[in-house]
Design a protein around this ligand. Structure first.
Ligand code: NAD
Ligand code: ZN
Length: 362
């Protein structure tokens, strides 16, 4: 199945299906990627043993020449240090203005390689080859970034890929914790924009967790379609695109405390989505906390903050968030299942009481 992100001359297809890695070369040809330049595949140490060879040989068979850079697995690789190392490979491999960077992996590899592609010679071609459930979200939309120790995604760019090649066969090797974390963004897409899809996720939670091929493929298609629709209407987040940040203000702070790695991104935003539902209750806007928690717990996600996490540190991390200014915060709050609002003037004191409650409920 092919979806389309509509962005004028930067429009691109999302191919979703089985056994797509072995056709990578053919898809490159279709998208007009040149054979005259050298390219670069960026992947990580957990993905490479499973899938690198398949991509490499498909590209080689189609006449493409690509260098490879393998980074350590995990959020730690979204750093300026690893960014510089990938850049070193790009330069020493003599990539030029017509070269492409391929991101083979999850959101970490996608965000890192995408930022390399966005900044190498002020921007070269970028191809997303996602291999996690979470990456149905991160591979679409063109937000690329690395982290700063003080704040998530602080150093980045908008740089759209020329295609997303989503081979669902790769998902079978995902560890169970990564499956749940990835499904968090799928549920998020339902909670934001599609009530029926949110309840579909709840109903099919067990099949999704078991990676049932047809169920998963439908969920990923619907999730990508929602993401593509929002991005197509507001590429640079001048307004409406911000709804995709449901759960992310608290979530990013939770991820940053203790130096990235304790919570997976999807776990942190699950806690953040539970927090947003609480916040909506405290603001008197809706009463969706129990329903939200039920949906998240059905896919085995955490919804509370462990007792040893410092509320002060979470609050401190949140002040560095891009969505914070002048004692007030912008929050995405649920109005009903499948509908959210952007609230621009949430007092920090209310946010603090929500973070405290997130801990007490646990
Ligand atoms: P990830 O890339 O770290 O992948 C998760 C883990 O699974 C890693 O250890 C990886 O090595 C391993 N893995 C990946 N594919 C595998 C496979 N097929 N089989 C076995 N193991 C595999 O993390 P993620 O959850 O995919 O992405 C999280 C990141 O995405 C965060 O940094 C988050 O900020 C970012 N993100 C970005 C956007 C965006 O719009 N750019 C949106 C959402 C999330
Ligand atoms: Zn996210």
């Amino acid at each position: 199945k092919t979806l389309q992100v509509h962005l004028g001359e930067r429009s691109y297809p999302i191919y979703i299906g089985r056994d797509l890695l072995s056709k990578a070369g053919t898809y490159c040809e279709e998208r007009g990627i040149t054979r005259k330049s050298r390219h670069l595949i960026v992947t990580d140490e957990s993905v490479a043993p499973h899938y690198l060879e398949r991509v490499q040989s498909s590209l080689a068979e189609a006449g493409y020449d690509a260098a490879v850079h393998i980074v350590p697995a995990g959020e730690g690789s979204k750093s300026l240090k690893v960014y510089e190392e990938v850049m070193t490979t790009a330069i020493s491999s003599r990539l030029d203005r017509s070269s492409a960077v391929f991101a083979l992996g999850g959101g970490v590899v996608g965000d890192l390689a995408g930022f390399v592609a966005a900044s190498y010679m002020r921007g070269i071609t970028f191809v997303q080859i996602p291999t996690t459930i979470l990456a149905h979200d991160s591979s679409v939309g063109g937000k690329v970034a690395v982290n700063h120790p003080l704040a998530k995604n602080m150093i980045g760019a908008f740089h759209q890929p020329v295609m997303v090649l989503y081979d669902v066969d790769t998902l079978t090797t995902l560890p169970p914790r990564e499956v749940s974390a990835g499904l968090a963004e799928m549920v998020k897409h339902g909670l934001i924009l599609d009530r029926d899809f949110a309840y579909w996720c709840l109903e099919h939670a067990d099949d999704l967790l078991a990676l049932d091929a047809d169920t998963l493929t439908y969920g990923l298609e619907r999730g990508c379609a929602i993401k593509a629709e929002v991005v197509s209407s507001d590429e640079r987040e001048s307004g409406w695109r911000a709804v995709l940040n449901l759960g992310h203000t608290i979530g990013h702070a939770v991820e940053a405390v203790g130096g990235y790695g304790r919570f997976l991104h999807g776990e942190a935003i699950a806690i953040g989505m539970a927090g947003s539902a609480m916040l909506a209750e405290e603001l008197g806007r809706s009463g969706l906390y129990d329903e939200t928690v039920k949906m998240l717990q059905a896919i085995q996600l955490p919804v509370t903050l462990p007792g040893d996490v410092s509320v002060d540190e979470v609050m401190e991390a949140m002040q560095h968030d891009k969505k914070f200014s002048e004692g007030q915060m912008v929050f995405i709050v649920p109005e009903e299942i499948g509908r959210v609002s952007i609230v621009k003037d949430v007092p920090v004191t209310v946010v603090r009481s929500v973070v405290e409650r997130l801990q007490k409920e646990g």
